[in-house]
Design a protein around this ligand. Sequence first.
Ligand code: UD1
Ligand code: CA
Length: 451
Amino acid sequence: MSTALIILAAGKGTRMKSDQAKVLHQIAAAPMLVHAMRAGQALEPDATVVVVGHDGEAVASAAKAHDPGVQIARQTKQRGTAHAVAQAAPALADHAGDAIVLYGDTPFISQDTLLRMAEARKSHDVVVLGFNAADPGRYGRLVMNGDTLERITEFKDADEATRAITFCNSGVVAASTKHLFDLIDAVGNDNASGEYYLTDIVEIAREKGLGATAIACDESETMGINSRAELALAEAAFQANARARALDDGVTLPAPDSVHFAFDTVIGRDAIIEQNVVFGPGVTVESGARIRAFSHLEGCHVSRGATVGPYARLRPGTELAEDTRIGNFVEVKNAIIDEGAKVNHLSYIGDAHLGEATNVGAGTITCNYDGVMKHHTEVGRNAFIGSNTMLVAPVSVGDDAMTASGSVITRNVPDGALAIARAAQENKPGFARKLFEMLKKKKLKRDERAG
Ligand code: UD1
Ligand code: CA
């Protein structure tokens, strides 16, 4: 069965009090829109249409950045959820399959729930996702008759008896693409808001003799985000879930509440993630690696047996091979560090490759940027980079080579060579004592003058 996703993301989100569209605000380092798009992947859609309006260009480019295949539909005026879905019709004119409507500001619908909706579609023309609300508030109410969903009534349009219903509309709807757009064509705006309600398609479907039902999911999945406070709650919910999942997968977290995951963090079993570690997007940590306290990782891969931190920063393009060591106050960016290599203290390694078992001394810096362009540093295997070496890229240090500490390396160092690139030391006998005496006299005179 081919499936199209329609994701509504045209709303302004006034209550966010933001210059940015609501759906671009991030949860776990990804726009909430991307969370909705990822949930939809469970259905292996052959088309995805994102309906944009407010801040439409930015929303469209975020959607395309995540999935270059998405189609964008524009809703210039927000005239209701049915009107929003109607904007996707031209993009899906030839689509012969199912369509499912998701909201860009409802990021936590689970893949399992969407698969259950697809299953329910086998026996019903229209399937709505509902939930039993602890506080039904202003949600649309699902009026059921046994298995049959009779209609959805918006809070504003509901009488007392209907408002007493606690089974509420999440907004997610599935139908055949053809039915969906035919039903939407028949929706009017004669209601309390003067909007075209997507929810009206249920009653219209019933009048046409089509079958409608609702399935329930956990309320936590339908959490919509309208304010900064709700965004913070959503982040907390995501993190709680990610921590529980990591523990369940066999990851050791001595202080789970202090670890922050990104939407796509992957961690192998028996890895240890210590206190206050933060993951940005695109991180994979293999089994048995250890990430020590207060480290920040983003766009990197840490292999089995590696140790990172405490207080390390791994930036995009970092590849740590097995049994590598990255110590405190070390920053690594766009660098491949081969098996067993060590960068233990206070260093910056960027745009570089370090060979196997190479040891980089404290305070070493790859000077990769000349103010205009970035350049590469190549270090061979079993090399020893002395403390406080400046490797001025582009430059290479060969296998089994050494640099003397304090060197500024501007020319390539051949295999096995020792490079010394610093002023030679001169000792002046007795000079220090004389200098001390001179300075002490000077100070005495100054103190006398000052009285
Ligand atoms: C909607 C449902 C309600 C449900 C609730 C769940 C309707 C009429 N009502 O109400 O039954 O309980 O969601 O959260 O569908 N949007 C557009 N263009 C528009 C209008 C909305 O893209 O013209 C988008 C919004 O950006 C948002 C989503 O659709 O992502 C829902 O719109 P919103 O106005 O929040 O609907 P509710 O009134 O909350
Ligand atoms: Ca809403």
